[in-house]
Design a protein around this ligand. Structure first.
Ligand SMILES: [Zn+2]
Length: 313
């Protein structure tokens, strides 16, 4: 009988250690020496992909997920792999599924680097994106998102000791997009300029600019041996970038063709969606996503597409 309390305590401790080993909401994949991709799990608990680069004297993180707990878990994984300090987090763009966990990175010591336009968009425009689907709790969380510490509308080189990381401004997804390139590992973190086998979110995008940016990814020196870490979907290679760009080109061509035949509105969606899906087998394109893609593409071709407007600093 006297053994019961210690047994109960042992069970509690065992339960505690079991929960500490709860499965991560992302899969960590090493994509180069000291370079890791954190790929969102099938249940999309993290909200997007992220990653990090371990340099000589510190760590640079790429994006912060939507979920704060996922960002904290990423910090835990970094600390497990290296004693070096987390020095930077670079947001690829303002969308909350890439910036939602920024506070966890800042609490871990990171300076937040983002495109110049992100500072004006990360709170108000994320609230707008959710529209009437937003809850009071989510609205409060987004309105408290940290603002970036360092902003740029030009390319940057971040030195982690002798390790060079190139942050580039690119066009297409939001009007405030950055990519992060690690030349010595031939790894490009593309943010949402690349989605692997899933329909992209065009809400703030320009397909014309986007396809041009992806063409530049394909044309990078030694692209046949590069690894591309997309914003959504699994780790990618050049063939995946070509396939994604092909999707954008196809979307534009299909919508253009239907428009020229005088098809409009719901009929445009109904006429294009089945072909769009059939042309991209193995992709995740929900009915809702297909409808959104086609309407946004229609607006872009009509010249009525709304995009976020840069605010003054
Ligand atoms: Zn996005």
């Amino acid at each position: 009988m006297t053994l019961r309390p210690p047994i109960a305590l042992a069970l509690l401790l065992a339960a505690g250690s079991a929960s500490a080993q709860a499965p991560l909401p992302f899969t960590l994949k090493q994509v180069g020496p000291g370079v890791y991709a954190a790929i969102d799990g099938p249940e999309h608990k993290a909200g997007s992909n992220a990653g990090f680069v371990i340099g000589d004297d510190g760590v640079l993180v790429v994006d912060a997920f939507f979920d704060v707990d996922a960002a904290k878990a990423l910090v835990g994984e970094i600390h497990r792999l290296t004693p070096k300090p987390i020095r930077y987090v670079v947001n690829t763009h303002y969308h909350a599924d890439h910036t939602g966990g920024d506070q966890a990175l800042r609490d871990a010591g990171a300076i937040i680097i983002a495109h110049r336009n992100v500072r004006g968009w990360v709170r108000a425009d994320n609230v707008n994106l959710f529209g009437d689907r937003i809850t009071p709790e989510l609205k409060a969380r987004i309105e408290a998102l940290p603002l970036p510490d360092v902003t740029t509308d030009k390319d940057l080189i971040v030195w982690l000791g002798d390790r060079k990381v190139v942050v580039r401004t690119v066009l297409g997804h939001t009007g405030g997009d950055l990519t992060i390139f690690v030349p010595d590992a031939k790894v490009l973190f593309t943010g949402d300029m690349l989605w692997r086998k899933v329909a992209p979110n065009l809400v703030d995008g320009s397909v014309a600019e986007w396809a041009t940016t992806d063409a530049a990814f394909i044309a990078m020196p030694d692209s046949a041996h590069m690894t591309y870490v997309p914003g959504h979907g699994d780790v990618a290679d050049r063939a995946d970038v070509e396939e994604f760009r092909g999707y954008l080109v196809d979307l534009k061509a299909l919508v253009n063709q239907a428009r020229k035949a005088g098809v409009k509105g719901d009929a445009l969606v109904a006429s294009v969606a089945p072909t769009l899906k059939a042309n991209h087998p193995g992709w995740t394109i929900s009915d809702r996503a297909a409808a959104a893609e086609i309407r946004y593409m229609d607006e872009e071709l009509a010249g009525t597409k709304k995009r976020p407007v840069p605010a003054a600093d």
